[in-house]
Design a protein around this ligand. Structure first.
Ligand code: CA
Length: 437
């Protein structure tokens, strides 16, 4: 039986066999959070292999040793908010506890415990996920320079990137009430746009688009009037999710000046059910962000001392299927591949910049990166860009898409991968477009 230093090591293998398959996406080192239905209750869970461990049930059965009452209460909550508020030391304690429960047993006592824990696993494919957190405020950034440049060139070919772009992380306040969980249908909005003859009309959008983004939930917030130094910014991030920020481009181009997006964006935003802790993504950090010598020097308050590893290597895939494709039994078509590491602004810069005027971030706020696009064709994170670089999308049925049609299903998926390490699944975010009301 292993003893001493062996027992102290963090075991890499789990007794949940499927977690040890490097392709499963849910290794012992990841343990992403979710909330799922257990009967008519909502329980917090963590993903492991092909299953979810019921965290609430673990707390109820006294399997989480050494945790204080507040942390145990947070484990029994119906959403992640109470846990998010407690901060990174509490998250780490709970994650260590979960890791011990799920690691290959090191002695007989642990083996007996593993048998108790096994009864609290639920298969992911049978689970019904619910909104992981109550989201208070939603802020959307514009952190991909490739996206900003490509969209800008449609309107200002000579000067695609506005002069402020590389100085200040651009963002706007979105709408939290219309954030929905992956799987929720998205109704095509009606709104004002410029008609053919230049006169505004009020009709169903004919330029419905998706935006592939990564979001993050704020853990502890900051008091109003205080700021968040860049070195502390990541301690305010509870975890990451996949976001589709649906957009109506015809409404957007008519309404966005001078104050920015409004009804073209506020009708729906979808998020994935999994919230992946930054700690789980630590081995997938990469040098970043992308800068070159001609870029201005970042102002002091946004300068990270750890800039060398400020990027995260998370690949993002967008897949689309039309109603006809699904009826014919065809698989969804992959339409683009991007990567979180290609952003110009980092997550910590977004947090620090947001609070730099004394604005209070609150636990449960969602921030999103903005559309993530790369430099290459094939990495455009929305149809608006794709249409400009590649023309209309040709589907295997012969159908064409400049923008989304009713019945189209969009799935945005993300995962972190690195040679020699298990894949870490961030989950996916799906929505089917419903006809306008
Ligand atoms: Ca957006």
């Amino acid at each position: 039986m292993p003893r001493g230093s062996d027992a102290m090591k963090t075991p890499a293998r789990s007794w949940v066999e499927s977690a040890n398959d490097a392709a499963s996406g849910f290794p012992l080192t990841s343990l992403p959070w979710c909330v799922f239905l257990a009967g008519d209750e909502r329980h917090i869970g963590v993903g492991i292999g092909d299953s979810i461990l019921d965290v609430k049930a673990c707390a109820d059965r006294g399997l989480l040793h050494g945790l204080d009452e507040r942390l145990l209460d947070a484990c029994r909550a119906q959403q992640l908010n109470p846990l998010m508020t407690l901060g990174s030391a509490a998250w780490d304690r709970l994650r260590r506890c979960m890791t011990e429960l799920l690691a290959e047993p090191i002695n007989e006592a642990a083996e007996a415990k593993a048998r108790d824990v096994e009864a609290l696993l639920v298969k992911q494919r049978a689970a019904v996920f619910t909104m992981p957190a109550a989201i208070g405020d939603y802020t959307d950034f514009y952190a991909s320079a490739h996206h900003a440049r490509r969209v800008g060139s449609l309107f200002r070919p000579e000067n695609p990137l506005l002069p402020n772009y590389k100085w200040v992380p651009i963002g706007y306040h979105g709408r939290a009430s219309s954030i929905v969980l992956s799987g929720t249908a998205v109704r095509r909005p009606r709104g004002q746009r410029r008609g053919e003859d230049g006169r505004p009309i009020f009709v169903a959008t004919t330029a419905l688009d998706y935006e592939a983004e990564i979001g993050f939930l704020v853990g502890p917030g900051n008091a109003q009037g205080t700021t968040i130094p860049i070195a502390e910014a990541e301690r305010h991030i509870f975890g990451l999710c996949v976001v589709n920020d649906w957009s109506a481009r015809d409404m957007q181009s008519w309404e966005y000046q001078p104050l920015g997006p409004f009804l073209a964006k506020s009708f729906a935003t979808s998020i994935s059910p999994w919230i992946v802790p930054l700690e789980a993504l630590a081995p997938y950090r990469v040098p970043g962000p992308e800068r070159d010598d001609s870029d201005p020097q970042t102002l002091d308050y946004l300068q990270s001392t750890t800039t060398a590893m400020d990027g995260i290597d998370v690949s993002i895939t967008v897949a689309l299927s039309s109603e006809r494709m699904r009826a014919a039994g065809m698989e969804a078509m992959t339409v683009s591949r991007g990567n979180l590491r290609s952003l110009f602004w980092t997550l910590r810069q977004m947090v620090t910049h947001h609070a730099s005027n004394g604005c209070n971030l609150r636990s449960g706020d969602l921030m999103a990166t903005g559309t993530i696009s790369g430099a290459a064709a094939g990495s455009e994170g929305c149809l608006l860009e794709m249409r400009a670089t590649r023309g209309a999308l040709k589907l295997p049925t012969g159908e064409q898409r400049e923008f989304l049609e009713d019945g189209d299903a969009v799935t945005i998926s993300a995962s972190a991968e690195r040679e020699g390490l298990p894949r870490v699944e961030m989950g996916s975010c799906t929505g089917v477009v419903q006809a306008a009301q």
